[in-house]
Design a protein. Structure first.
Length: 301
């Protein structure tokens, strides 16, 4: 068999049913796929039978079953290390990939040799648009978002910069950081920057990857003519309040790595303190909301 054009890499943690549907969408196609796909699943020590399901139901899938959770970045690096395709398709297990999506992504990348990443449009299972593009979390972008100015002025390219509330999801565009739920990555670009940084926490490792890719001279494109269905948060939802804590940790790690060298020490300390305060307030609000829900449920019993 010829070498694959695309190596699909799916990092899984306790999302067996989502993973099954994702693999079915990639393998049980209503029309033949014109691309030779290699599918790699890296299971991070799931306890829900995910690895056993892949072995029994999808024997052609290359499975890496870790005996402990190595994290998202390390698992993707594991998959990329054995991948034979000239493109890597990083997929979350809670995605469904229509027949034509991968073909269209590859065709776009072939016509744009400067593309290190091509990201599809993401939609929810009901077909509604899933906002999936943000700018890099620069200090001013985060400040405007934290103050809620992106909600007051959603069409402003200044105030809505971080969440890109003004973004047109029906046009091809160069972007900073598309959601990593589905990304086509050129493998030589991946290898040039050394893959994902395994020291990064679960959140913001993809942001750091995009940051380094663009610094290396590659471009990142949003391509709306390829659509992927994404349930959103199947694994991270299992973290509960830990998701907010991990997000805070990831953002601080990203800033320590990429912004500390650019600023005077005092200014950076003030910036870091502001980020920490904002994160703590959000976490406190989540805890209060969870407590309120719990009290209402007890009263209803």
């Amino acid at each position: 068999m010829s070498e694959p054009i695309v190596s699909v890499i799916i990092v899984n943690w306790n999302t067996r049913e989502h993973l099954r549907r994702c693999l079915q969408s990639l393998t049980q196609r209503s029309t033949p796929c014109t691309l030779h796909l290699e599918i790699i699943v890296v299971d991070n020590a799931s306890v829900d039978g995910s690895a056993e399901m892949v072995r029994c139901e999808f024997p052609h899938v290359r499975l890496i079953a870790n005996d402990r959770n190595l994290g998202y970045a390390a698992a993707n690096n594991q998959g990329a290390k054995i991948a034979r395709g000239r493109y890597l398709l990083l997929l979350n297990p809670d995605t469904i990939v229509p027949n034509e999506a991968v073909v269209r992504l590859v065709e776009f990348a072939e016509f744009h040799p400067d593309a290190g990443i091509v990201a599809p449009k993401l939609v929810y299972p009901d077909g509604s648009l899933q906002p999936s593009v943000r700018s890099f979390p620069t200090p001013m972008a985060l400040l405007f978002s934290a103050l809620g100015l992106d909600r007051v002025f959603p069409q402003s390219r200044i105030f809505g910069r971080y969440r890109m509330t003004w973004f047109r999801y029906d046009q091809v565009a160069e972007v900073d950081q598309p959601m990593a739920s589905a990304l086509l990555v050129r493998k030589n670009a991946w290898e040039q920057i050394g893959g994902m940084d395994e020291t990064m926490p679960i959140f913001f490792n993809d942001v750091d990857f995009c940051w380094r890719l663009k610094k290396a001279g590659w471009r990142i494109y949003f391509f709306p003519n390829a659509t992927v269905i994404h349930h959103h948060g199947a694994s991270t939802r299992l973290l509960g309040i830990g998701k907010a804590l991990a997000t805070h940790k990831g953002l601080l790690h990203f800033y320590d790595k990429n912004f500390r060298p650019l600023m005077p020490a005092l200014l950076y300390w003030l910036l870091r303190s502001f980020i920490s305060l904002g994160s703590q307030l959000r976490i406190a609000a989540l805890l209060a909301a969870n407590l309120l829900v719990s009290l209402r449920q007890k009263r209803g019993e």
